[in-house]
Ligand binder design. Structure first.
Ligand code: SF4
Length: 232
């Protein structure tokens, strides 16, 4: 099977996922929904969510985002001027909250000092330059940087996570030795489009969460007939 076939099978099985979940104006919780674009606040929220999502489940991130939202802290300026102690308390549910509060504050401070507080100015940079810049920031690795590039900046960059690796190694019966190798495998096998990359990553997360876990539920999995691991 090729990546494109996997994409189509997953889309048929699960439908569109409406990623990345963000908070609507007048709401406090992020919601999944197909959106034509994002507001400045929502783009920043994606960046915050990508940092908070490191090593935890989305459910825990959602609570942290809701707290930030209720406290008027979903903006560059507000995070930059909030004390680290207060921030850490509000994002407690996301785990590693002291570390993450430092990361959030440094991220916001970077936007303030280099872009006069404008997230949009930063996100409009060419993809390679922006990726390099994000990776140079404290606590931002490839998965977080690529999530920001794809879901906040709408750049065609495929996001790889632990689910992607596990699923790809099982479904395609291949070993992947690095993030870059896995990313190149998917990027070369599907159309280079933000919409396709957006949906595919979300679908892989859905498959990984519900079926292709450490102990996979292969007999119930909607793509098992096409999966090498299951056939073996
Ligand atoms: S059949 Fe099993 S191994 Fe293959 S994708 Fe589904 S859950 Fe994962």
């Amino acid at each position: 099977m090729k990546p494109l076939k996997l994409f189509n099978l997953l889309l048929n099985a699960f439908g569109e996922q409406g990623w990345w979940p963000v908070t609507e104006p007048n709401a406090v919780k992020p919601s999944y929904k197909k959106r034509a674009g994002l507001t400045k606040r929502q783009k920043f929220e994606v960046c915050i969510g990508a940092i908070l999502a490191q090593n935890t489940s989305w459910k825990n991130v959602e609570k942290a985002i809701e707290n930030l939202s209720r406290n008027g802290l979903l903006s560059v300026k507000a995070i930059n001027s909030c004390s680290q102690k207060k921030l850490a308390l509000l994002i407690r549910s996301s785990g590693y909250f002291n570390q993450k509060s430092v990361r959030l504050k440094r991220f916001a401070a970077h936007i303030v000092s280099c872009y006069n507080g404008s997230i949009e100015k930063m996100l409009s940079k060419p993809v390679e330059k922006l990726r390099e810049e994000l990776l140079s920031l404290h606590g931002i690795g490839p998965e977080t940087a690529d999530s920001i590039l794809l879901y906040a900046a709408f750049k065609p960059v495929f996001v790889v996570d632990a689910y992607t690796k596990r699923i790809a190694e099982r479904v395609f019966a291949k070993k992947f030795h690095s993030y870059a190798e896995l990313q190149a495998f998917f990027e070369s096998g599907i159309p280079k489009s933000v919409a396709c990359y957006n949906e595919f990553h979300a679908l892989l997360v859905e498959l990984g969460k519900n079926y292709c876990s450490k102990n996979p539920k292969c007999s119930e999995c909607p793509i098992n007939k096409n999966c090498y691991y299951y056939k073996q």
